[in-house]
Design a protein around this ligand. Structure first.
Ligand code: ATR
Length: 278
């Protein structure tokens, strides 16, 4: 049987955890296939994507800085990708055309539901910090699943206002300086900013404003336990780290390329954590 091939296209791409992630699933399911890191400079992206069907690739992931350019280059896109103007997963169709998807929002929601089973999207307002690509994916998933009010606070207020305008109700732009007050009545707060990541200052947020059964989700996963999450755990709140979002967003691509629905479990988490660059 011809081996099935996929990989991740980025520049640089050495930091990507995706080869370890998909490699773990390939080994576990005994699949004759390979998933490789593909460093591609921006001016070569179109050539690289067009080469996928020629080289026998089933598809690929796309990461920084190519997600928006790939959106413009593929032949078909799904609803999530169209709304975000960015793709993270590409499938080669039988006719050789390229289908772009965006699985970030779905990955976020699946991980949240697995980590906080008592939480339901339609229950209460949500506070989202940040207004970049990750925030858009998360806001889209929450809005699609019935969140009654999504408060978006961003350091650059105008970016939150643009996001709120693009999505319309139930998304509201919330002032960055007033983010502590934005926790009132929320069932969930999500940090999508880089604050708390290695090399960045911590996120300052007074969690005492969040109801005691609220969930704190940080999409940062380096470090795994940010100061925000440590604070949440000390207060007895449910704290969810960002690694699971990375793992869950990968499932749809793997299933499409290799024909097996993979599981996200502790063995996968350990394999991916062990692959961290020194
Ligand atoms: P991504 O697409 O991964 O979400 P991004 O578009 O670069 O990345 O967005 C990064 C987010 O982190 C933005 O919301 C950014 O705020 P600005 O829009 O004001 O730039 C936020 N961010 C980064 N550094 C920050 C800091 N020091 N303080 C507050 N927010 C910060």
């Amino acid at each position: 049987m011809t081996p099935r091939l996929s990989g991740v296209i980025g520049w640089p791409v050495g930091h990507s955890r995706s080869p370890a992630l998909h490699g773990h699933w390939l080994a576990r399911h005994g699949i004759a296939g390979a998933y490789v890191a593909l460093p591609v400079q921006p001016h070569h992206l179109e050539q690289a994507l067009r080469a996928l069907p020629v080289l026998g690739f089933a598809g690929c992931n796309v990461t920084v800085p190519h997600k928006e350019a790939a959106f413009r280059l593929v032949d078909h896109v799904d609803r999530a990708a169209a709304r975000l103007g960015a793709v993270n997963t590409i499938l080669v169709r039988p006719d050789g055309t390229l289908e772009g998807r965006n699985t970030d929002g779905e990955g976020f929601l699946k991980h949240l539901q697995a980590s906080a089973p008592g939480w339901t999207p339609a229950d209460r307002p949500v506070l989202v910090l940040g207004a970049g690509g990750a925030a858009r994916a998360i806001v889209g998933a929450l809005a699609d699943n019935g969140a009654p009010e999504i408060r978006v606070a961003n350091r650059t207020d105008a970016r939150a206002e643009n996001l709120a305008r693009d999505f319309g109700a139930p998304v509201l732009a919330w002032p960055w300086a007033g983010r502590d007050a934005g926790l009132a009545g929320c069932g969930l707060v999500v940090n999508t900013t880089q604050l708390g990541m290695d090399g960045y200052p911590p996120l300052e947020l007074a969690l005492d404003g969040l109801p005691s059964d609220g969930v704190v989700y940080d999409i940062v996963y380096a470090p795994l336990e940010t100061e925000l999450l440590a604070d949440a755990r000390r207060r007895g709140l449910v704290a969810v780290d960002g690694l699971g979002m990375l793992l869950h967003q990968a499932r749809a691509g793997f299933a499409a390329w290799f024909g097996v629905e993979p599981a996200v479990d502790d063995a996968l988490r350990c394999a991916v954590l062990a692959s961290a660059p020194p």
